[in-house]
Design a protein. Structure first.
Length: 452
């Protein structure tokens, strides 16, 4: 596909990198971060055009007449919307706009329809959803859900005395007697799709998959903490805080926000009247102690600065037993961060890229399969994809044991008439079902790519 990306910030740069790696022809338009755009063009197979993405002249220079997709992801909502309108009028087939302002959140459907947008993306809302999901499983490093939140895939680090250690997966299926699957194990930076003979060791990061009910039962058997957060402290008052606070309050969680900017703190007080908003510096440990950080069930570090978020997370772990979630904007040090003793780390740019990548791959699907969900796992070394099986799919009517999957691909679950079940050899896939595949073969765009 010919894709134009307007904006070379965190999200735009991540998209350019990943889309170019999936062999799309990518052109970046950037007006302010000229050096960043030039570095991207030098590092990846992308083209850079300098100028504003809302200019017809600049868009034409970027090849908008032949563009299959224009993605506007600058930090300015109005510029993104205008760029999409101009691009559509200049010949672009589809457009995606990043819109983050809470004032627009209730009007998204109208904006999308009126302006003819293919998608509206909100990184802060997506990040907040990920954070709230992580609070379901306090021991989890990562959390994703499929089949309209009926199936969860949760990653845990195996620590000393965990009952899974030094047991094969075949043994575990007999011991646990629960309908759960371990589709991925990460060991020493290597991602493995294990078979029944695979033995788990201390330090492994295991991804466990099952229905929400079975995952809860599994967590209980492992004697891992599973206490829903009664209260949460959010450090930093940006837009992510608004969306997260809104979700947590709806779930009955008592929310306390600490934000040092007076105007922002006052605005959050108006937007989140049921939250307690404190005007103060989140890096002031005396303030944090006074506001009860030591007694919190959940603490989320979501300031503008990665270094602050890391420091605050370490302090929170030191003085409390809370579930700590750390927001990191940059991914350049992700390998170092992964080695740190943190509970859960959330990368907004990666989450946003996943949603857009799903859309791009869905455009390349054949008519008989459609990507419903896409998640990047284990630092992008593996993927979990949910496909709808339509008439004509090579999997429709087949039993799993009959399907010749490529190496590095397994079928995790089959959702039949709203009832998800873990895939077994005798499981039959019918037209209208959705299936979740787990694979280390990244870049799959069609279910046909997963079979020999």
């Amino acid at each position: 596909m010919n894709i134009i990306i307007v904006g070379c910030g965190n999200v735009g740069a991540t998209l350019a990198e990943q889309l170019s790696q999936e062999n799309h022809y990518v052109t970046m338009i950037e007006n302010e971060r000229v050096e960043a755009a030039e570095q991207l063009a030098a590092s990846y197979d992308v083209m850079a055009v300098m100028g504003t993405g809302a200019s017809t002249t600049v868009l034409k220079e970027a090849g908008v007449e032949n563009a299959d997709l224009v993605i506007a992801v600058t930090g300015h909502d109005e510029l993104n919307l205008l760029a999409c309108v101009v691009a559509k009028n200049a010949g672009a087939k589809d457009t995606i706009a990043r819109v983050s302002n809470p004032e627009y959140s209730k009007e998204i459907a109208t904006i999308k329809k009126t302006l003819g947008l293919s998608m509206v993306i909100n990184p802060q809302s997506i990040t907040a959803k990920e954070m709230s999901g992580l609070l379901k499983y306090p021991s989890a490093k990562n959390f994703d859900s499929f089949v309209r939140s009926r199936v969860d895939i949760v990653s845990f680090a195996l620590k000393e005395k965990n009952p899974l250690i030094e047991r094969s997966l075949r043994e575990l299926s007999d011991i646990l007697k629960g309908d759960i699957l371990i589709p991925i194990v990460e060991r020493d930076d290597q991602v493995i799709i294990p078979d029944g003979n695979f033995e788990l060791y201390e330090g492994d990061i295991v991804s466990v998959m099952g229905s929400t009910e079975n995952m809860v039962e599994f967590v209980d058997k492992m004697k891992m903490p599973r206490v829903a957060a009664r209260d949460a402290m959010i450090l930093g008052g940006g837009r992510t805080t608004y969306y997260l606070g809104k979700v947590l309050i709806q779930l009955g969680v008592k929310v306390k926000v600490i934000e040092k900017d007076r105007d922002r703190a006052n605005l959050l007080s108006e937007l989140l009247p049921k939250a307690t908003v404190i005007e103060g510096d989140a890096t002031d440990k005396n303030l944090l102690l006074e506001e009860g950080i030591a007694d919190m069930d959940a603490i989320v570090a979501t300031t503008k600065y990665d270094e602050e978020n890391l420091m605050l997370s370490f302090y929170a772990k030191k003085v409390s037993n809370a579930k700590v979630i750390t927001k990191i904007h940059r991914t350049s040090y992700d390998e170092v961060i992964d080695d740190l003793d943190l509970d859960s780390v959330v990368y907004p740019r990666q989450l946003t890229a996943e949603v857009i990548l799903k859309y791009v791959r869905a455009k390349n699907n054949s008519a008989d399969t459609k990507i419903e969900t896409l998640y990047r796992l284990n630092d992008n070394q593996a993927e979990a994809l949910e496909f709808e099986i339509n008439e004509g799919s090579p999997l429709a009517g087949k039993v799993i044991s009959e399907i010749d999957l490529k190496p590095g691909v397994i079928i995790g679950t089959v959702n039949h008439k709203g009832l998800p079940e873990l895939a077994k050899g005798h499981t039959k896939i019918e037209q209208g079902d959705t299936i979740v595949i787990i694979t280390t073969r990244t870049g799959i765009t069609d279910i046909k790519d997963a079979i020999r």
